[in-house]
Design a protein around this ligand. Structure first.
Ligand SMILES: Cc1ncc(COP(=O)(O)O)c(C=O)c1O
Length: 476
């Protein structure tokens, strides 16, 4: 019995040794094309068979939870299923072009990027789009940098030092504003969970550079006063920034540009089912109105009068925010998804996102304080601790919702089933919520029991963190 099996039969947490613990074989290095002074004579490597290797990685993957494992209603994060056909498209040999090739030799690549810019512009109601930023948060930063440069060009850069952010907003909005050098003004939500126009009027003024808003907001509530909100911000000389993280609720039905937004980012991994970003392999294209187009990052793609495609630099560009044309494989996946669904499919996706959230909210025993909501809802765990509820849900083989945020709802369970969940997945989630809601405090607080890693000692984890890997039994 190897260490893995021993640990497994001992009933402890799942354990999988490193490959180097399974075997260490010393191999002589011969025939290296490198100079002698850069070459070792021998290296120690694990010598394993293909089945051993396959089992190693499958075991590791089984300790994790993913969208391919089961429902994943992590509110605001929009963890929808990523169809694998987009991977095939991105892996197509023709899609692998060297970034330094001349425009003339990569016309197909540029045409795809141009079509994506165009499609996103139509979806968002924006006049120009850059594909450069590599995540939603990076898109926010690029978009706010565009807004800052716009104010500077109007001679108001020194005066407009504030960005207004609703208190229910995602943390990246506050971080973006601060990182871009602005003072952050937190806007208290109204009693209905939406922007309170009186509070907005009090917060906005000659120092306002922008209001950052998502619609529907993070409580899943549509900002019905969006036109009035846009007027307040514009009358004060500020810009309206749209955080596109919740755009999957509106696809094919309403457009941020038509609501009065001046600048927005798209989270392609939330809206178009490409792998999730979070600073990882994502993309966060930014769209703007005509007035701001000259400040977009470079390069962008345009069509010439001859029907060719070329890269160009907008007149007063803020510069580069990412290498080359952006995160190319992720953009290809987003484009493949868009083309596959088409206009009707996108509209259908937003309808299902909203229907699924409303269906699930009807089934669960927890109170949902605000409504009517769109693609996500925030329930309150009431007397239970939302973090414990989340850990207990893992024992019922579903991923938990986002917890304890927004803080405007006590013990918040921010739930977003997404459009990719079918009725069986929704019922599975509802059952998990109902079971946990009916359980006693001790059972819920001691969860999880069935996951690879069990309940951790949070105090020790904070005071004596183990920041590197240790073999089982070592340094307990
Ligand atoms: C509302 C909202 N805005 C911005 C972001 C940041 O997006 P990303 O994870 O791509 O950086 C998120 C991510 O969860 C979000 O939910």
């Amino acid at each position: 019995m190897d260490e893995y099996e021993q640990a497994r039969y001992a009933g402890d947490e799942a354990y999988e040794p490193l490959l180097s613990e399974k075997d260490e074989t010393t191999v002589a290095v011969t025939d290296s094309p490198l100079p002698d002074d850069l070459t070792r004579d021998e290296v120690t490597l694990p010598k394993l068979s293909e089945p051993e290797l396959a089992r190693h990685y499958v075991r590791l993957s089984q300790m994790n939870y993913g969208v391919d494992t089961g429902p994943y209603p992590l509110g605001s994060c929009t963890m929808k299923y990523n169809p694998t056909f987009t991977e095939d498209v991105a892996a197509h040999p023709g899609a692998a072009v060297h970034p330094d090739r001349s425009a003339g030799s990569v016309q197909g690549t540029l045409e795809l990027l141009h079509s994506l810019q165009d499609y996103l512009g139509r979806i968002g109601g924006m006049d120009a789009v850059t594909l450069q930023p590599p995540a939603g948060a990076a898109g926010e930063f690029a978009g706010i940098a565009v807004a800052r440069t716009y104010h500077e060009a109007n001679g108001e850069g020194d005066q407009r030092r504030e960005i207004v952010v609703p208190d229910s907003a995602h943390g990246t909005n506050f971080a973006t504003a601060a990182l871009a050098g602005y003072d952050v003004v937190s806007l208290p939500s109204g009693a209905d969970g939406r922007v309170d126009l009186d509070a907005l009027e009090a917060a906005v003024g000659e120092e306002t550079a922008a209001l950052m808003l998502t619609n529907p907001n993070t409580l899943g509530l549509f900002e019905r006063d969006i036109e009035a909100i846009a007027d307040v911000v514009h009358d004060a000389g500020g810009l309206l920034y749209y955080d596109g993280a919740n755009l999957n609720a509106l696809l094919g039905r309403a457009r941020p540009g038509d609501m009065g937004f001046d600048v927005m980012h798209f989270n392609v991994h939330k809206t178009f089912a490409t792998p999730h970003g979070g600073g990882g392999p994502g993309a966060g294209p930014v769209g703007v109105t005509d007035e701001l187009a000259e400040f977009l990052p470079r390069p962008q793609v345009r069509e010439t009068d001859d029907g060719d495609y070329e890269l160009f630099e907008p007149a007063n560009s803020i510069g580069k925010v990412h290498g080359q044309v952006g995160n190319w494989p992720v953009l290809v996946k987003a484009y493949a998804y868009l083309v596959r669904l088409g206009d009707a499919g996108l509209r259908d996706a937003s309808g299902k996102a909203v229907l699924n959230a409303n269906y699930l909210a009807e089934q669960i025993p927890y109170e949902v304080p605000y409504g009517p909501f769109h693609h996500e809802f925030v329930a309150s765990a009431g007397e239970q601790d939302a973090a414990d509820v989340a850990k207990r849900m893992l024992d019922y083989a579903v991923h938990p919702p986002t917890t304890k945020w927004p803080e405007t709802v006590p013990e918040a369970l921010m739930t977003e089933p997404t459009e990719s969940e079918g009725v069986r997945g929704l019922d599975q989630l509802a059952t998990a919520f109902s079971r946990v809601a009916a359980e006693d405090e001790e059972t819920v607080a001691s969860a999880p029991e069935k996951t690879a890693a069990r309940l951790i000692d949070q105090t020790s984890a904070a005071r004596n963190p183990r920041l590197s890997w240790h073999a089982l039994g070592e340094n307990e």
